[in-house]
Structure formats: C-alpha cells, structure tokens
Design a protein around this ligand. Structure first.
Ligand code: 4AD
Ligand code: MG
Length: 454
C-alpha cells in the first residue's frame, strides 16, 4: 500500500494499484449504484475524484461522509471516463476518519466572501483560494532563501525581542513580565524596557560588517494604528544588507530580487496563480509580465515632487519638498505616470530615520523606496551612515539616546565601510503577485488593530 498525495495522483502517468489516499471531502454526489467524492488534501488546487461502487464492503460508511469530513480511501487509480479529470480513484474501501456535521459546516459549495472567510481563518485554507495562497506563500519563502543562497548571502536570525527602536518612529509593542507597567523598567525581566522588533536591520548591519552579504527573514511588529488593507501589526520582512555597496547597488539588488521572485512563482505555482488570473484580477497576468520586462525607473524625490506638482491631479494631501509621499502620490507615479515600478530615492532627511546616509546637499539622505502598481510601497531601504560623527549627531538630533546605540555606532569606529540594504514586506509581495487586495488574506492569521482571534 502506498500513501500518495493528490498532486502525485492527478499528475500520474500510468494506472496505479494499492493506493492509500487521505483528505477532506469537498463534495459528494450520489448516482444510481455509485457515490462520487471530490477529495482535497491541500497538495494542489485540484481535487481527486473518488468513485465508490455500492458493492464494496465498506460502502455503508458512505452515509456519514459529508462535505468537510476527513476520509481514508484505498483503491486503484484508473483512467476516468468522465469529463474534467484524467484519473480517478476507484475505491476498494472507504473509511471516515472524522465526521463533519453538514448542518453546521460553514463551507458550503458556493462562493464565500473574503470578509466571511476571515472570520473562519481556521477553516478557510480548505477553500481553493486560500489553499492556493498558502502554497504560493510557502513557495515564495523558499524562493527568497534560494535567491540569496545562490548569491552567497548568509541567513542571519536576528532577535525578535529588542531594546532599540530601529525606525525611531515609536511604534513598538512593549514586552514585559511586570504586572504593573508603571513600575520602573529596571525591575522588569531584562532590567530595561523591552519591545518586539520593528526591523532586524540594525543587527543585520552588524553581520554585514564582517560577513559582507547577509539577510534576515522573519516576523516584525508595528503598533501603528493604521487600519488599512496594506498594514498589519505583525508582518514578515526580508532584509538583505551588503557591505561595500551604495544606494545604486542596493536598487540593482532589489530589482533583481523582485523579478526573481515573480519569475520563480510563475514557473513553480502556475496552476495556483491561474486561479487569481481568472477569478481575482483580470489584469494580473499582464501586470506580472510587464514588471518582468520593465526596467524599473530611478527617480530622485525632488523630481517626483515636481511630477506630482505638475500632474494636475487633485490630491487629498498636497505635496511639496519635505512632505512624505502618501499612497495616492505613490500610486499616481507608478500606475499613471510611469506605468511601471519606480524607485524614488534621496528623500529629505527630516522624514527618514537616523541611520540613513546624509547626502552632500545637507538636505537629503540616500534612502530609496520601491513603488509598485496595486500595492504602492513594496520596499524601503537606504545606504547607511558609515561616518561616526555624522551618525552620532543624527542620533542626537532625532532625540534618541546614544547609549542605546553604542554598539551600532562602534561599527563605524572599527573598519567602517559603506553599506546598504532594504526591507521587503513579504505580504505586500504576495498581494502584488496574487492581486489580493487585503493584507489580511495573504497572511495565515492576521494581527490588526482590535483583532486578535485565532
Ligand atoms: O520601509 P520600512 O519601514 O523599512 C524598514 O523597516 C527598514 N529598516 C528596512 C531596511 O532597510 N532593512 O519597511 C519595509 C517594508 C515596507 O516597504 C513595506 O513593504 C513593509 O515593510 N511594511 C509593512 N507591511 C505590512 N504591514 C505594515 N504595517 C508594514 N510596514 C512596513
Ligand atoms: Mg517605508
């Protein structure tokens, strides 16, 4: 007896005997002397069709087997005379492993809204769409590691618990064992205030300054109270960091990375992606192909502001030098003006974190954001300040404490090097690739303001 997954059976090239197959019933259809089951085991989009003849010994089990039940089928894979599938599993025996009450099982054979499925996140991966997203997410993670490994990058596990605010934006979740948070932080577990990390960057920079090419890929946390379709309080970020590299090297790496991930998924997740091409976003396939063949635009922030000022668009937020670009501005640049991915770089230093390298104009820093149609900002990165005195005054000017960053500053004291890196929001990438418009639907169990179920 061979236990096989649906993916192997559906793609088999010959008939197979002695098969054991396990999965969940998607639908059941009775005909005169037979019952058909559509069974899915999550290995691929397609269900395996099972046919059970009433003459088999275990046929009476069938009466309790409904949509949602888990089953064990043994039998023979034979050519299917019916339309829609090449193979079907002719059962020698059917066994129910777990019952599902047809009255209350929430996944009926109809299209459910994303909002409804979010309320049953524990079951939604039993639908075609969320099964597909899960497989694409897993393959994309693998592709991330493969991309960096092929290029000699080392994977660094940066800490989740931290004492320093990388982005300096004060959006950190406190971690504490104190029952009364008014007690002094010195009494707390670590003897000082602790938080969940907003970015692994500062630590990954340390490693780049000895190992040259490194990256981290892990969960990050932000207590920003923005209830938008593109923000989550817990999200995954990929952060490469390269020594002896400037802002332009950084953009080159980012462009190569994004194209690699899209090509990888087109090649390895074709069947799943087709679901999104057909049912989620009719322009998706074209958009992905277009990104692959486009050379990404590199546009200085000053130029971006000029384009926006002269656009004739009626933006909700006015834009001028020194203002941060809002989603509406980002989307205008990438979707309307250039109609392709755009790097905006050299932002005003007043709107960016302390660690970015100051440019000679005294006004801007070597920051870069990658803007993409449909998702807006996919990547944020920069060349880092490698000059000790400039870094120290930036830390002071932003009202941060040098004491918290002494170790970070020290890298600039001993063999400092120009270096740069970026952070790519993994969920934003998945939104781009699938056309899904809400971040809550590309992460297994979304954490957003006032929402901590599951
Ligand atoms: O632009 P951000 O804040 O950059 C950093 O954190 C840098 N320390 C990265 C680095 O240089 N190593 O965040 C990077 C990316 C954004 O471009 C966006 O795609 C994603 O992370 N992101 C979020 N994704 C989902 N929900 C949120 N709340 C996000 N905030 C940022
Ligand atoms: Mg950013």
């Amino acid at each position: 007896m061979y236990t096989k997954r649906a993916k192997e059976l559906i793609n088999a090239d010959t008939q197979l005997k002695d098969i054991k197959f396990l999965g969940w019933v998607r639908s059941k259809r009775d005909s005169k002397n037979f019952t058909f089951l559509e069974v899915n085991d999550g290995s691929c989009l397609k269900n395996l069709q099972v046919i059970a003849d009433e003459s088999i010994e275990t046929y009476e089990n069938m009466k309790d087997i409904n949509t949602g039940a888990s089953v064990e089928i043994t039998g023979e894979l034979v050519e299917s005379p019916g339309k829609g599938q090449k193979w079907e599993l002719k059962a020698d025996s059917v066994k129910m492993i777990g019952f599902a009450d047809p009255e209350s099982y929430p996944l009926q054979k109809k299209r459910h809204s994303d909002e409804f499925l979010r309320q049953i996140s524990h079951l939604r991966t039993r639908t075609n769409k969320f099964g597909a997203i899960s497989r694409i997410r897993s393959e994309a993670s693998f592709a991330v590691h493969q991309f960096f490994r092929e290029r000699g990058f080392l994977y660094v596990h940066t800490p989740i618990i931290t004492g320093s605010d990388c982005e300096g934006a004060g959006q950190m979740f406190r971690v504490t064992t104190l029952d009364d948070t008014k007690k002094p932080a010195a009494d707390d577990f670590f003897g000082k205030a602790a938080y969940l990390t907003v970015s692994g960057q500062l630590n990954v920079e340390n490693y780049a300054c000895s190992l040259v090419r490194v990256y981290t890929f892990g969960p990050t946390f932000r207590a920003e109270n923005s209830n938008t379709p593109r923000h989550a309080a817990e999200f995954w970020m990929i952060e490469p960091e390269v020594a002896f590299a400037d802002i332009f090297d950084n953009m080159t790496l980012a462009e190569e990375f994004v194209k690699y991930l899209i090509s990888f998924l087109l090649e390895n997740c074709r069947a799943d992606l087709e679901l999104f091409f057909n049912f989620v976003d009719k322009w998706l396939e074209e958009r992905l192909a277009h990104v692959l063949e486009s050379e990404f635009v590199r546009l200085e922030y000053r130029e971006a502001v000029k384009i926006l000022e002269q656009s004739g668009e009626n933006f909700e937020y006015p834009v001028s030098f020194g203002t941060d670009l809002q989603t509406e501005h980002e989307r205008y640049l990438t979707e309307k003006h250039f109609k392709k991915p755009v790097f905006v770089y050299n932002y005003p230093k007043t709107i960016k974190p302390f660690y970015m390298r100051q440019n000679d104009d005294g006004e801007t820093v070597a920051a870069m954001d990658l803007l993409l149609p449909h998702v807006g900002e996919l990547i944020g990165g920069s060349q880092r300040e490698e000059r000790l005195d400039v870094l120290e005054s930036a830390i002071k000017n932003m009202g941060l404490s040098i004491d918290e960053y002494w170790w970070y500053a020290e890298l600039r004291k001993y063999g400092t090097v120009p270096h740069s890196g970026f952070g790519l929001g993994f969920e934003r990438l998945l939104m781009f690739v699938t056309g899904v418009s809400n971040i809550r639907d590309v992460i297994p169990f979304a954490r957003t303001p006032k929402n901590l179920d599951f």
